[in-house]
Design a protein around this ligand. Structure first.
Ligand SMILES: Cc1ncc(COP(=O)(O)O)c(C=O)c1O
Length: 389
């Protein structure tokens, strides 16, 4: 169920003025908010270097903001590399984390200058034989993700038991493995997922020198998964990371810890604005057809299993049963039903909060309804729209 707030009409003024200037639907991206999330994560995990998972919100202003703040970038395709080429960032600040790659993907990453890659099988390791002088690999492990909304250990990752074999294989091939990597599942609400994975990796890292001619593994990538509040509250990032900080003390002293956050940085940084474009009364229920929906900015309701907090504006007290629907001809395209709303009118706005992660990233052009136009607030180092919502 989406949580719906009914706010007074007077509080819609700033959204109305954006719609008057830029049209509807909109995705309003606040770079200052993104920066705040980045700084909070840095404070919650001191000494950890963060590589933004571009897939969550592949938007130029976002990448520029994070690059200026000193973040690195997690790449997972040649398309993401092409986007990052437009940003002033050293390729040394990037990792290629997709465990499955075509030779063309490896070559495109190398041309860009990225030299750290993630693998999880002998077959993937073999792909680096021709490039073994130029690359260093991280082995991705799979761990159970019981407290995460999205399991990222089903499709990828070797078991901890396979690590010694893969390390020995890398020695035989002459390919450098420099560390381990895992993802504890996205929107993970209990840090025990991370803690169990870190402790298992710590054990493997302490043992690793045995398989690598005395040279131990020096990098641990603890992935993403840091949660944000949508409908249900989650622990603050500081509280969430406190057990992780303790677990990290089990690692050998020389190990450099890195992470790949997507959702935590991106979700709170964008807000969607859509407008009522049609109204119909069907079986005693008021259907409101919006100009954005599940094939557009709300695609995360399908692919990311999210429900977003919504706001509508009204000064009326009466409520009636209502449905908020997307614009396309498909009946799956419904954002919220069985809800109670005040009577809305044509052109009224619906605001979606926490909508920066895995939303416009997976939007489609179905029915050729235009995707939400992006409006950037507080862009890095430029004159632009400089106010916060
Ligand atoms: C390899 C990898 N790294 C990082 C992320 C980002 O995870 P999150 O958004 O949970 O922080 C993902 C998400 O799919 C991923 O697949």
């Amino acid at each position: 169920m989406n949580a719906i707030t009914i706010a007074p009409v007077s509080s819609a003024a700033q959204w109305r003025s954006l719609v008057a200037d830029f049209g509807s639907p909109l995705m309003v991206i606040d770079c200052a908010r993104m920066l705040q999330q980045y700084q909070q994560l840095c404070e919650a995990l001191p000494g950890v270097k963060h590589y933004f998972a571009i897939k969550a919100l592949p938007h130029l202003s976002v990448l520029q903001t994070l690059a200026q703040a000193g973040a690195g970038f997690d790449l997972a395709s040649s398309g993401e590399i092409n986007l990052l080429r437009q940003v002033a960032v050293s390729p040394r600040q990037t990792l290629y984390t997709h465990p499955i790659k075509r030779d063309s993907d490896i070559r495109s990453a190398l041309r860009f200058g990225c030299t750290t890659f993630v693998v999880d099988s002998p077959q993937e390791m073999e792909k680096f034989l021709p490039y073994r002088q130029r690359v260093a690999l991280l082995l991705r492990l799979s761990f159970p993700n019981p407290s995460s909304s999205i399991n990222l250990s089903r499709k990828f990752g070797c078991s901890p038991k396979q690590v010694p074999l893969l390390l020995k294989l890398s020695q035989r091939m002459g390919v450098t493995v420099k560390g381990l990597s895992f993802h504890a599942g996205s929107q993970c609400t209990n840090p025990d997922n991370h803690v169990c994975a870190i402790l298992t990796c710590a054990g493997l890292m302490h043992d690793s020198a045995r398989y690598l001619n005395g040279r131990g593994l020096g990098v641990l990538n603890i992935g993403g998964g840091f949660p944000v509040s949508y409908i249900d509250e989650v622990p603050s990032i500081h509280a969430f990371c406190s057990k992780i900080r303790t677990a990290l003390t089990a690692l050998p002293d020389h190990v450099q810890v890195i992470s790949e956050p997507g959702r935590y940085l991106a979700a709170p940084a964008a807000t969607s604005v859509s407008s009522v474009m049609g109204i119909a009364l069907r079986q005693g229920c008021c259907w409101y057809y919006l100009d954005d929906g599940l094939y557009g900015s709300f695609s995360g309701q399908l692919y990311d299993y999210r429900r977003y907090p919504l706001t509508v504006f009204s000064d009326q007290r009466e409520r009636e049963s209502a449905v908020l629907s997307g614009p396309t001809c498909d009946s799956i395209d419904v954002i919220a039903e069985d809800i109670q709303l005040p009577r809305l009118a044509m052109g009224d706005l619906v605001i979606g909060h926490q909508m920066g992660a895995y939303t416009i990233a997976s939007a489609t052009d179905f029915n050729l309804f235009p995707r939400a136009r992006d409006v950037v607030l507080n862009p890095p180092g430029e004159t632009g729209i400089n106010f916060s919502l």
